[in-house]
Design a protein around this ligand. Structure first.
Ligand code: SF4
Length: 898
């Protein structure tokens, strides 16, 4: 069922496709009223259609909003806020569990306030894919997959039982069980339709419209490769969208990225995406749409496009979209989509001027840049940021920088029980992982062929390397097996370890004890090479200081080389049976070999058969006993799922907002603080506040699991906020990890303990940061945890888009220093107290506010800040204490009015 607006511009038309008839909102008919829009970027046409379909006389969408999209062509920028309604929502389990926890808590609150709990139900289709929980505990053997799945169910039973309750309790909510695939790959291969259709709410017609979505994962953009507009939002924003709230956004700037030519022999889509990421980061596209165009598109497969779209968060863009063309339709057909859906996608795109051909005129963009594909060279990115591309030959020099930081480069420690020593630079993790690359048959087949050729030459991986293969879809296993390549990968230790995120999300599992001990003993600088998209400090493994993103075939090559000091481009990887040196070029497959293998081994039937039972899951999933009814029967003893405190004692009307007085800083941070720094997803030790909490509840360290898997329990998550082992708070100089100082006594303690002490004293808290605060995953716990620690405002030089909006969604005020001012330039050291003025007086988007600084010596100073509540809708959220409180109160009022 879908809602529609009042169509003031009379653009509704009928489209016949085969024997079926659809209604749609015709862009050409709109152009007669609002002016020519034929050269609008594809992504803007999608936004325009959305506004036309939901135009309701200005209640949420006005004719002026529609006109503003056309007018955008004159200025190519706009400060107009629009209400956008995506067709559906996608979630993964790390973010999905807390989202369902919130919905369950909202049902309780609704009941408590005298409303109807059934009002809390997703209105748009919502799919949750359980992919983030599998860890690489076992590897390098034929039973690794089975054992990892067993452990996954052991560890996550409480969460999975809760999700099965949600699956039954909520309408429009489907769960793809664990062990099936990775959400974005499942989305590209199965869930996405490019053009969606559903019956109008009054049942009068079937409406066709572009497939659009928001996802609770930043790499939701991967589906942009299929011409589907979508991006990552925080869980709270997604929950609001599920419950019928529009996403408020400014009409974006759109940067056109022109691609020309074709990739040279031997280059991969991974090399290309790392190049694109570096270029776009340099240009600066935060908060903007990126749209690819130009003749080079004809030389990119849909899988290549999906790889490029996947990394939009790494290049900083809201999305990285490709228009619909013949390749899109070829892929929809090949991946087994129903013929009726494929025919609709093609007919609709052509009717709406959304169809790209080689002759299409270039769209009008805010800004453009271009790349000749034949300039792309073999690339990795690291050691700690995805945008820091390194040419293959440059890796030894690159890791030398990490050696310099640590003060040694040639330490070596004998490994207990083995006949070798571990050296600085050792590659201890080589992981074929992540939807970014495992969705791309060409790079996986290339990895298999490298393994095959290496095996034929008698090469093997080094014994200290933890090897793994974790694809995002079971189809990968089918084609690797059909090609006989899985056997070659197995021979080198790249046995299947799971269908899920694994190393990409930091679930790389522990290193073997003797290797871990050698690293600790020598404080060795070790490396991970993975085909993922993020390598921030501490994410991949606590024991790898240099982390390189690379294509799957390069992952295999580095596992063979065994040390990042080796120049893989020019040095031998090893010796063949006769003692002759073997170089990378000797085992690197040709493009033809790769293409021929993909053509012979990947079939449409594989998609049909694997996705034919996608909601079934393994026996362990089917065996879960589902309890509970309309509301969830919370188990106070659960350490995974707890009733969150957000709606406790909530009144039907919000209290007035007030200025912040007498606040203390909790952290003073530098540039590029990621959401991983703020709310890490990986494992944690017994000595951390989260570890102590679980130990008190008789949870053994081996069963701690990860922060990500504990997001249904706010008690763990509060303790894990700002607890990243690599975060550096300038208030505790020279100390790495989640520490702060309680002021004015100056006592050093964990961030959590300091926050609780301040809370007991009634002291509001602030966090100071530098540029790009909140970079990285769309992690709403980074905002939830900040809120629960008692932080009232975050003051930085610039914000990443999603985190800023999540802070507002949790009732935390995002504030930005004026250009040229930083907390350092103000001479702050953490001993001050602060007032923030301008909140209670005429709060509006982007207004100036005043930061009053009271220094310890009694002097005061003040500076202006920009309030980064960006839209009028966000002002409402902030006034209500957060978006969920706002939605809940509205649904309650609606119910009472009805
Ligand atoms: S964690 Fe990695 S593999 Fe998982 S969805 Fe995100 S990008 Fe894909």
């Amino acid at each position: 069922m879908t809602m529609t607006g009042q169509d003031s511009l009379k653009t509704r038309r009928s489209l016949k496709v085969g024997s079926k008839s659809y209604d749609y909102y015709d862009l050409a008919a709109a152009a007669e009223k609002i002016g020519d829009i034929s050269r609008l970027p594809f992504s803007m046409k999608v936004l325009l259609e959305n506004l036309l379909r939901f135009e309701d006389g200005g209640h949420s969408v006005s004719v002026e909003d529609v006109q503003a999209i056309s007018d955008w062509q004159k200025t190519k920028t706009s400060d107009r806020e629009i209400n956008y309604r995506p067709a559906r929502v996608l979630m993964q389990d790390f973010t999905g569990v807390p989202a369902v926890v919130d919905l369950a808590a909202m049902r309780d609150a609704m009941t408590k306030m005298g409303g109807d709990p059934q009002k809390i139900n997703p209105l748009s289709p919502c799919d949750l894919v359980i992919d983030h929980s599998v860890m690489v505990d076992f590897f390098g053997g034929p039973d690794a997959f089975k054992k990892n799945v067993e452990l996954e169910f052991d560890r996550n039973g409480e969460r999975y039982e809760f999700l099965r309750w949600g699956q039954n309790a909520f309408d429009n909510f489907r769960v793809v069980p664990p062990g099936t695939g990775i959400c974005h790959q499942v989305n590209v291969e199965y869930l996405a339709r490019t053009v969606w259709s559903s019956m109008e709410k009054n049942g009068s017609a079937e409406i066709a419209y572009p497939d659009t979505l928001v996802g609770t994962d930043s790499h939701t953009t991967m589906v942009n490769g299929l011409g589907v507009l979508g991006w990552g939002v925080g869980g709270i924003e997604a929950e609001a969208a599920m419950l019928g709230q529009p996403v408020t956004m400014l009409i974006p700037e759109v940067v056109g990225f022109k691609l020309m030519g074709r990739l040279k022999e031997g280059m991969t889509a991974t090399d290309l995406v790392l190049t694109v990421t570096q270029m776009l980061r340099k240009r600066g596209v935060v908060g903007k749409f990126v749209e690819f165009f130009g003749p080079g598109l004809d030389n990119l497969t849909l899988a290549d496009r999906a790889t490029i779209a996947n990394m939009a968060p790494e290049y900083g863009a809201t999305c990285g979209i490709f228009p619909i063309d013949a390749e899109t339709i070829r892929y929809l057909e090949f991946s087994g989509r129903p013929a009726e859906e494929v025919a609709l996608a093609e007919a609709y795109a052509k009717a709406q001027g959304m169809w790209r051909t080689a002759d299409s005129a270039d769209p009008i963009f805010t800004d453009t840049l271009e790349l000749d594909l034949d300039q792309v060279e073999p690339s990795l990115a690291g050691p700690k940021r995805p945008q820091d591309r390194v040419a293959l030959s440059g890796v030894p020099t690159n890791i030398a920088g990490v050696f310099e930081e640590r003060g040694h480069s040639d330490k070596s420690v004998p490994v207990a029980g083995a006949d070798y020593a571990l050296e600085d630079g050792a590659v201890v993790i080589a992981a074929i992982t992540s939807c970014t690359n495992t969705s791309n048959p060409a790079v996986l087949v290339a990895a298999g062929l490298v393994a095959r050729k290496a095996r034929q030459k008698g090469l093997n991986v080094k014994p200290w390397v933890k090897t793994s293969l974790a694809p995002g879809s079971q189809v990968v296993t089918d084609y690797l097996e059909k090609a006989g390549l899985q056997a070659d990968l197995d021979a080198l230790g790249f046995d299947l370890v799971g269908y899920g995120c694994t190393t990409c999300i930091g679930n790389s599992g522990p290193l073997p004890d003797p290797i871990a001990a050698a690293i600790d003993e020598g404080d060795l600088v070790t490396a991970a090479v993975l085909s993922g998209n993020r390598n921030f400090e501490g994410r991949v493994s606590p024991q790898t200081r240099a982390n390189y993103l690379a294509s799957p075939p390069l992952v295999v090559a580095y596992a063979i080389a065994g040390n990042a000091k080796i120049n893989v481009a020019t040095d031998p990887l090893g010796e063949d049976k006769d003692g002759n040196p073997v170089y990378l070029k000797d085992i690197w497959p040709s493009n033809h070999e790769i293409q021929d293998t993909v053509r012979e081994c990947l079939t449409a039937d594989m998609f049909r058969s694997r996705y034919g039972n996608v909601f079934q899951g393994p026996p362990e999933w089917q065996a879960i006993n589902v309890t509970g009814g309309e509301t969830y029967a919370w188990n106070g003893g659960s350490t995974y799922v707890q009733h969150p405190p957000y709606f406790e004692d909530m009144a039907a009307e919000p209290a007035a907002v007030t200025d912040i007085k007498g606040a203390r800083p909790l952290l003073m941070l530098g540039d590029s603080v990621t959401t991983d720094h703020i709310s890490p997803a990986g494992s944690f030790k017994p000595s951390t506040p989260a570890g102590e909490y679980l130990t008190e509840r008789q949870v053994r360290p081996a069963d701690f699991n990860s922060y990500g898997s504990r997001r249904g329990n706010h008690e763990v998550m509060m303790r894990g906020t700002f607890a990243n082992i690599r975060i550096r708070n300038a208030m505790v100089e020279g100390v790495e990890g989640g520490y702060s100082r309680h002021m004015p006594d100056g006592e050093q303690m964990s961030v959590y303990d300091a926050a609780m002490k301040y809370k007991a004293e009634g002291t509001p808290l602030l966090v100071f940061g530098g540029k790009e605060y909140g970079t990285g995953s769309s992690r709403d716990w980074a905002a939830k945890g900040t809120n629960l620690l008692g932080v009232k405002a975050v003051i930085v030089e610039s914000f990443e888009r999603i985190h800023r909006s999540n802070l507002v969604g949790m009732g935390v005020l995002p504030l930005q220093f004026k250009e040229g001012t930083t907390w350092k330039s103000l001479g702050l050291d953490g001993s001050e107290t602060f007032d923030i003025l301008g909140i209670e007086d005429d709060l509006k988007p982007r207004k100036d506010m005043t930061l009053v600084i009271h220094k310890a010596d009694g002097s005061t100073n003040q500076v202006n800040l920009t309030c980064r509540i960006d839209t009028a809708g966000e002002v409402d959220y902030y006034r209500h204490g957060g978006v969920l409180q706002y939605v809940l109160r509205n649904l309650l009022a609606e119910g009472k009015a009805a």
